[in-house]
Design a protein around this ligand. Structure first.
Ligand code: ZN
Length: 290
């Protein structure tokens, strides 16, 4: 199950070529949304081995915490404190794995997509927000909490860009400056309507690259999977790759970083299905563990 801020996608299957019975549920109140999702999975009672949930967050993923498996400080009305994991575990009586939508998507890309055969990689999405997940040595990255890559600080030139940023917590963090809504607000026009020579694309490429450079230097991923609604303008990939290269300044040496980075910063191979297949990968992981 992909639990998104606007919709939930539920499906049953064993892999990209066997994913069926998909339903889409609008995200409204927890009672209504989770009730419909549970009703969907109830139909398969006795035939489900495990459930994986890739969810919007933030989430409490610390098994030692009393709030383990709940949505924490989301501004989404009614969703703070919802015990996602427990609700499905108790109702379905099967192993349930929960992680962020982006950590799940990273896992899915590792299993079936653009990061197959790699042990350390990141998945970053730039759309209505910015989110990032990481797999490090084959395991989803978690520590005190799950990563919150979208709220990185990036350097900015206030003369070139006086826009204060949109993040309700930090103003001009990475997401505050470079999410789709930030682009639309800065230029009073949504990026879907921008011509290819709109100056906003160069600024966006710069900001996306600055965040990625920090992640590349910190986590040294073998590959960066980059997607989200903002990349429906495909030339942005080349622009971001060039800026990343300039910012790394030939300091890091690795064969993957030689050349134009076309094989290093790549779109998700699973496309729009990264999240749902990521949730399936989570389910398979917990099934294998139990
Ligand atoms: Zn922020």
């Amino acid at each position: 199950m992909e639990a998104g801020g606007t919709k939930f996608l539920c499906a049953v299957g064993t892999g990209p070529d066997d994913l069926h019975e998909m339903v889409r549920i609008l995200t409204t109140t927890p009672v209504e949304t989770l009730g419909r999702a549970l009703a969907f999975f109830e139909r398969f009672r006795g035939r489900l081995r495990a459930l994986g949930i890739g969810s919007f967050g933030p989430l409490d993923l610390d098994p030692a915490s009393p709030a383990f498996g709940t949505v924490t400080t989301t501004p989404k009305p009614g969703w703070s404190g919802v015990p996602l994991l427990r609700i499905f575990q108790e109702a379905l009586g099967i192993p349930v794995a929960l992680d962020t939508d982006v950590n799940a998507a990273a896992l899915g890309e590792g299993r079936w997509g653009a990061a197959q055969g790699l042990h350390t990689f990141i998945y970053v999405t730039v759309g209505t927000g910015i989110g990032g997940g990481a797999v490090i040595h084959g395991r989803r990255l978690r520590g005190l909490l799950h990563p919150e890559m979208g709220h990185l600080r990036i350097p900015r030139d206030r003369e070139r860009d006086p826009f204060p940023g949109l993040c309700p917590y930090h103003g001009d963090c990475w997401e505050g400056l470079a999410s789709g809504p930030a682009m639309a607000a800065r230029w009073s026009q949504p990026p879907e309507t921008w011509p290819p020579d709109h100056p906003g694309w160069a600024l966006e490429a710069e900001y996306v690259a600055l965040g990625l450079v920090n992640l590349i230097l910190t986590l040294v991923p073998q590959r960066v999977i980059l997607g989200g609604g903002v990349f429906r303008f495909p030339p942005l990939y080349g622009m971001v790759r060039r800026r990343v290269q300039e910012r790394l300044g030939e300091y890091l040496w690795a064969p993957a970083l030689a050349g134009d980075l076309e094989g290093y910063i790549v779109p998700p191979a699973l496309g729009e299905r990264s999240g749902l297949l990521g949730a399936l990968a989570l389910a398979m992981g917990v099934a294998e563990d139990t």
